[in-house]
Design a protein around this ligand. Structure first.
Ligand code: TYD
Length: 141
């Protein structure tokens, strides 16, 4: 589906595989098996100051999986018509985001880590950083 046409209905909260062990748990994300896109970048947000907001942009082509690898945070999503907030707080839950959605990350707990698996390497031209521009991008909705 084209990024211009994606809606909040296309967002999926998925359960990731979990290997339970008294010595500590493991969650593995296997490319080609657990995700609907090929992973070409992994990055993580950390040392996020209290009260700090992140995001505030959309992507034109990038697919992402967001995981609260530690702690918790909220993600406000907008598709140009409606908005929806998700709270991530478990390392075995992932939020699958197709391109074409505005996102704002907030309410990071102290020491939280936002792990992101992404379909493409970093590219500034893939970003829409102005909400007005985003509304234009989604205008036929
Ligand atoms: P950005 O995605 O705007 O941050 P956030 O949405 O989390 O607030 O990224 C901030 C800056 O970090 C960006 O201008 C360039 C750099 N950056 C990279 O170099 N590589 C990356 O993979 C990412 C995500 C960001």
């Amino acid at each position: 589906m084209r990024a211009e046409e994606t809606t909040l209905e296309d967002v999926k909260l998925i359960q990731l595989p979990k290997v339970m062990n008294p010595a500590g748990n493991i969650t593995a994300i296997n490319g080609g098996l657990d995700l609907p896109f090929e992973v070409n970048r992994v990055y993580y947000l950390y040392d996020i100051p209290g009260g700090q907001d992140r995001g505030g942009h959309a992507h034109k082509a990038l697919h992402q999986l967001l995981v609260a690898a530690s702690g918790s945070f909220s993600i406000l999503l907008k598709d140009g018509r409606a908005s929806k907030e998700f709270n991530l707080k478990r390392p075995y839950e992932g939020l699958l985001l197709p391109p074409g959605l505005w996102r704002e990350l907030r309410d990071f707990s102290s020491g939280s880590i936002c792990l992101v698996l992404a379909s493409h390497p970093y590219s500034e031209v893939d970003y829409i950083r102005e909400f007005k521009e985003f509304k234009e991008f989604k205008k036929f909705l």
